[in-house]
Each structure stands twice: as structure tokens, then as C-alpha cells.
Write a protein that binds this ligand. Sequence first.
Ligand code: C2E
Ligand code: MG
Ligand code: MG
Length: 732
Amino acid sequence: MANTRERNKIKKKRMKDFKKVRNGHVFGSLVAYLLLMILFIFLFVLVGGYFVEYLLESKFQEEYNRLSTVAEIYEEGKNSGEVLGIISKTSNEYIITDSDGRVLHQNGSNTCSAQGETIYMSNGAEKFLVYKDTESDYIYPDGEGGLDIKWLEVFGWIKQFFKDEFYLVEETAQDELNDETEDKKDQDKDDVETGFSFKLQDTQDIQGIYVTYNQSKEKIEGIKDIDSILLPLWISIDAGDGENFIGKALFSFEMKDVVLVGEIAGMVIIIAFIFSIIMLVSLIKSIRRYFRVRNLFYKDFVTNGKNWNHYLIIGDKRIHGLFSKKNNWAAVNFVFLNYRNYCLCHSIPEGEELLANINSTIMKSIKNDEICAHATTSNFALLLKYDDELQLQQRLQTMVDELTHMEKDHLFSFQVGVSLLPAESNVIETETSEEKIPRKDIFIDDIYNNACAARAELADTDESGIRFYDKSLLLDQQWTDTVQERQRSAVENEEFQVYYQPKYNPEDNTLRGAEALIRWQFSPTELVSPGRFIPLFEKNGFITEIDHYMISHVARDQRAWLDQGYKCVPVSVNVSRAHFIEKDLAEQILGMVDEAGCPHDLIEIELTESAFFDDKKAMIETIKKLKSYGFAVSMDDFGAGYSSLNSLKDMPLDVLKLDADFFRGEDAGERGDIVVAEAIKLAKSLHMRTVAEGVEDEKQVEFLKKQKCDMIQGYYYAKPMPKEDYTARMSR
Ligand code: C2E
Ligand code: MG
Ligand code: MG
């Protein structure tokens, strides 16, 4: 079915639109926020990385230049013998090795590691051989041609250092207050020396990191007194003749620079933090707003529970959810029948309060992942899980029972329609048992709609009841749709055929009349009998057109037969009770018959017995008019449903048609015969002719003949037949 696919497409789009409205705002912002944070961290790390690389390279270059000057002096003067004396007086620590790596000269302690690595400057052109310091390896070649620093440890030391410094300043300030004398200051200095983990020399060492102290300042005033932190690394420089001058470079970081960089980084982080907090707050606000809107979106203001949107969206999630689709689901249309009456007798707010109570009562009896939503006025849409149908039926019955007695002074009625969506096949059946729709193409409103259709089957009564949607209901529904769809074109294409069922006089077995009965040539091979479509036309109002169609066709046929020289007998045409609300019915019939040029006495109008209960006055009027125009009028199906003996009194009818039920079923037999005999007598007393319908066997014919029944219409004589066959039975 292409239509189903298209319908599904539309529904899927609708769902998408729904979700867009509901989700769009918050999740977009959340993703934007996270992306911004990631971007910031990325940029921060990138810029920081470049800065550190630049810093290390420039420091390296500085140290290299310093050491290479010493190496050059050595290279120039190594033959003179004095040069070693000169360079060893500088504060540089170095070792000089021969081509085999043996140490020739050494100044200071040799903490150079054995294994060297080559590093490159960022331009890639210059390369250097460097060695880690064995005692302090906080700066080291990173194995990829660059230098790296053990940041965590260094930061740890810096932190420790500041802590100590702060303590130092506090202590000193306290001491200054206590004693201002120079001697005392010296004493203080000694205290400081013993109190902390570093010594105040030109270059001090705190567990592997060098700290230089600017002696030109007299007083330790916190971190300003400390010039720099030095990280050692050995750099090898070619000193000619295969010798290498390996000097200890000290990467110095000025404390004030460290502090400045720390301050800048801190500020950037603080700004980013404030910015992110502002964004976060606005995001939280949006999320809260989102939940508020979501609640409104799903809220039913009558019951304070959930509304139809909730049922559609969440229900759809349930039946399609990764885990929940494995459940058996049942869509339920739960209808409170007394709502309108209750509102009329009380008030609308009281009625709504009752709906809210119904909602909360149902909510109490459903599970967490099940749904109850207020769909329309007094309709509730439920989505329930079930294991087996019987248990579901009992559960619904319990709900209905509880709600029936929810108010002391009232006894309420509830009708429930159920449509099942079983899990095992993950499909629901459609038009034919073979065609199945996969679960993904099934929408919650489809199954709810089926539940409503099942409920509609109960609509004729005012009593509580539960009805499950089944295959026959589906087929009925589809047939109703098809009829509705095709009815008009069927009239235009003359798909409706007039069949004639002859009426015979049992006395002499002569043809005395006929009844026109409609058939629908639905397809070349399918002839549909009126029982399948007349009730639908009566419901949808199309019956009036059908009655017109039949009267016109019969009148035209009669005219044609007359013209062909046939001895025509009256043909009765059924007119539906729905037609009797039209005041000018008699005129309409007259017009049609006259248009065909058919004598009026060849047309008889059959009215169904049940129609006599409607507007009696109007009916009598119409009958009188029809009779005045020369049409005979008969009462069809006399004795079928309700007794209309009373109607016989007022209605000036010509013919009484005894219903086929008299001759069948439980009424048949001796008692039935008495009733038929009396009915015929009654008709005769009222000057009416009698027709017995549905007569099938000879015994019945014999009995009716004895009772002086005027005509018999039944299979005994003939079944309804096409025009041609009927024509053959007429005499010229
Ligand atoms: P009805 O007017 O009472 O028509 C008599 C029905 O009894 C016909 O059924 C006929 O085929 C059937 N019948 C006659 N003799 C026998 C018999 O011996 N045994 C059995 N078992 N049945 C017999 P049909 O043609 O199916 O029509 C059913 C009903 O549909 C009609 O009942 C009438 O109420 C309605 N109908 C048929 N044609 C029209 C029409 O053109 N307009 C309207 N408004 N109603 C129509
Ligand atoms: Mg009839
Ligand atoms: Mg009948």
C-alpha cells in the first residue's frame, strides 16, 4: 500500500517536528557549551605549548652561547697548558672527554649521565648533543628531538618554595620587630639557615633544583629576593681533535617571570572560569525552562495529568524503544459515558473534577512505564503492558468496577476499546492476514485508533463494556471505508443492478407482482447483496440516492416493458426510513416515475416496519399523498422486530408483507400458523392485500393458499433475478 507508506512518512515527519520543538534549544546550547570549553582548553594548551617551547629554546641558546665561549677558549689554548687553570676558575662545571669518551679534565662534580641524545631547534637546522643531569633530571630530551620539563615536580617545588618563602618573611618580620640590632640580624640569618631546607649562598640547592639568591638585597622580602630557579642540563660542544667540552647548562627561570606568567595564566583561567560559569548558569536556566515547557507541552489542564501529546510522543517511544519494544503493549480507549449528563446536572467544573479523579484513579493502577493521558472530552488514552489477553481483560474490568462506584450517589458507566500490539511477531495484522507491518512502521495513534474502533462497537448501548479489536472489526472497518469511497462512482457507473423477485398468486400460480432488490456489481465477478451495504448507506445518508436510483430504474424498466408489449405487474421498491424525514418524498417519487413515463399503479412503495415509530404524522401525510398519486403502499417485514399493530390502525396502507421470520425459526409451527392466519384475517378486515415473504417450501404455500394469502414471494417460486430473467417470466 503506497498510501500506508506515505502516511507513515507524514507521521514520522510530524514526530520529528514535535521532537524538534521539544528538544532543540537545550541540547544545542549544551553541545555549544561543551565545544567552547574544549576549544578553550585546546587553545590554552596550544598557546602554552608554543610559549614553553620558545622559552626553552631561547634559554638553551643562551646557555649554549655561554658554554661555547668557554669551549672555544679551551680549544684555542689547550696546547699552552694554562688554559685549564683559567677556565677552571670560572663558575662553570664541565668535563672534557677524548674521542673514546674518557674524561680528560673535570671541573666541579661530574653529574653528567652516560647516555646523550640529539636535540634540534624548532627551525630544524641546528642539532645538539645533550646529557641529562644524574642528580637533577627535571629537564631532559624528550626523545623526539626536543626538550621537556617535569612540570609536576617543578610546580611542586615552586609551590613548596613559595610556602617556605612566605614563612621566612613572616618569621623575619617578626624578628625585626623584636630586635633591630645588626648582631641580632646575623643571628636571625642563622635561624633561617637552620630553619629551612636551603642555604643562602650564591646558588642554592633545594633537593635538586637550584635557587639563586640576590645578595645585593639585604633582607629576604619574600619571593622578590630570589632571582631564579635553575634546571641543569649538560651540553656537549666540539672542542677539536675529537675532544668534547661537556658543560653544565643551567636553565634559569626568573622568579618574577614565573610569577608574571603564572599571573597571566591565572587571569586567563579566571576569566574563562567566570565566562564558563555565566554560560553554565544561563544553560541551567535554559534547562529548567526546557523542563517547564516540556511539562506544559505534556500537561493536561483538565485532569492535571498527561495530555494527548504525551501519549503520542512517549507512547511512540515505548512501543519503539530498544528494550520496551520487546513487551506486549495494548492501546486502550477508556471512555467515561456519563460525562455530558453529569456536566448538565452539576456543572462543567464539577465534571472536570470528576475527570481528574478518574485520571488519578487510573494512574494508581498503572505501572511506571505505562501511560494514561486525557485524550479528548471524556476519553482517556492508555498504553498498558500485558502478558495475556485474559489477564488484561480482568485488569481493565477491575478498573471499570472501581470507577463505576467512585461516587457514592452515582453509578457510572465506562466503555473500553482495546487494541493489542503483541511483541512476539513484532508486527500487527492489517487488511489481509498475510500482510504485516513491521513494528517500526506502526504508530501509537494507529493502534489507539483501532482501540477507538473497538470501543465504537459498544456505542449503541449505554452500559459498561470492554471490546477487543479483532480481525473481523478491521475487515468491517475497511469495508465501510471502501463503500464510502466508491458509492458515488458506483451510481455514476451504474454498478448497482436491479434484481426482481416475483410474487405469485398461490391460487393459480400466476405472476402478480415483484419486488425490486438492489445488488452491487462490485467487480466483474463479485455481486454484493444489499445486507452488506444498505445499512452503511442508511448510516452515511447515501440511502436516499439509492432509493432514487432504484425508483427511477424500476419506473424506466416498467416503461420499457410496456413499450415492448409485456403485461406488466406492479413492482414494489423499498424506501428507507431515513427517507421519511424528507417532507416532499411523495413529490420526489412522483417526479421520478412521471419522468420515466411509468403508470403509477405499476409502482408500489415498501416502507419498513421500524420506520413507523418515527414521525407518525409525517408518515401518514406521505402515505396519503402517495396513495392520492395512485401508488400502492406496503408495510414491509410486518411482525419482524417491534409490533406495529397500532400503526396499522392509523396508516392507510394497501399491502401487508408478512415477514419471513413467521415461516422460520422457533415461531414456525402450530403457534406460528395461528399468528399468520390471524394476521391475514386482520389485513383483510382492513382491506389490505397480503404478501408472505421468504416462503421456501410447498407446505407453507399450501397453508397460505388456505388462508387466502394474496401473494407469495419466496424461493419456492423464485429467487431475486436479473432483469432479463424476470422479463422471461412476464407474459406479453
Ligand atoms: P426485504 O425488503 O424484506 O427483502 C426481502 C429479502 O428477503 C430479500 O433479501 C430477498 O432476497 C429475501 N428473500 C426472499 N425470499 C426468500 C426466501 O424464500 N428465503 C430467504 N432466505 N430469503 C428470501 P435481499 O435482497 O438480500 O434484501 C435484503 C434487504 O435489503 C431487503 O429486505 C431490504 O430491506 C433491503 N433492500 C434490498 N434492496 C433495497 C433497495 O433497493 N432499497 C432499500 N432501501 N433497501 C433495500
Ligand atoms: Mg422489501
Ligand atoms: Mg421484507
